[in-house]
Write a protein that binds this ligand. Sequence first.
Ligand code: T5A
Length: 218
Amino acid sequence: MARGLLILVEGLDRTGKSTQASILLDKLKPNAELVKFPDRTTPIGQLINRYLTDESFQLPDQSIHLLFSANRWELSQSLQNTLLSGKHVIMDRYVYSGIAYSLAKGIDGMDFDWCIQPDKGLIKPDLLFFLSNRDSLDTASREGFGQERYESLAFQEKVRDQFYRVLERLENYSQGTDSNRLQMINVTNQSIDQVSITIWEIVNRKLQNEPPTDFAFF
Ligand code: T5A
C-alpha cells in the first residue's frame, strides 16, 4: 500500500498556519489526520504550555528547546504508523520552528548544530509550506497576538531571520527559489481563501505524482 504524505505548514506567528492546516485537513478527510506542535496535551506538552503562557515559569533555554524536540519524539512512532497505513498527515509547525525560535534567542553555544541535534532521526516532510509576510506588522494585528511568550514584534523579526537561515541549511533555500519540497507563500494581503487555493493546487499536483515509498529523515 502507498504511504501517506507528510504535509507541513510552517511559518511566522499568526500567518495562518492553523487556519490553513485545518482547511487542508477538511479537503483530505477522511484520509488525513492533523498533528500540531507543540502538542500541549501530552505531559511534556503541558510543561511547554506552561512555559509559553506563564512568564513567571522559568526554564533554561536549553531545557525548553529539548522539551519541544521531546514533544515531537513523543508522537514520532504514531506519525510513522499513520503514514504507513496510507493516511496523509497535515502538520502544523515542526523541527523548523524548533530551531528558528531557539536560534533567535542568541544563546552562547546554542548554534544551528546544537539545535538540530535532538531532532536528528525525525521524519522529514514530503511537502513544506512556509507562510511568510512582508514584515511582522502585517500579521501582528491578527487576533490573539501578544498573549504568549515569544509574541513580540522585536523577537518575531529575529525569528524571521533565523527561519531563512534554517531553510537555507535544511532545504538549500535561496531567496526566490522553491525546491520540490519547499513552497514559500507570502500571505501579505492574501485572504484565507486565496492562500488555501494556492496550497490546494500544489497539494493536488503532488497527489497526482507517484507516491513516495521511503521516508527521508533529518
Ligand atoms: N515554538 C514552537 C518553539 O519555540 N519551538 C518549537 O519547536 C515549536 C513547535 C506556540 C509557540 O511555540 C513556539 C512558536 C510559538 O511562538 P503555536 O501553538 O503554533 O506555537 O502558536 P499559535 O499561537 O497557535 O500559532 P500562531 O501564532 O503561529 O498562529 P497561526 O497558526 O499562524 O495563525 P492562525 O491560523 O491561528 O490565525 C491567526 C488569526 O489570523 C486569522 C485567523 O482567522 C486568526 O484569527 N487569519 C487571517 N486573517 C486574514 N487573512 C488571512 N489570510 C488569515 N489567515 C489567518
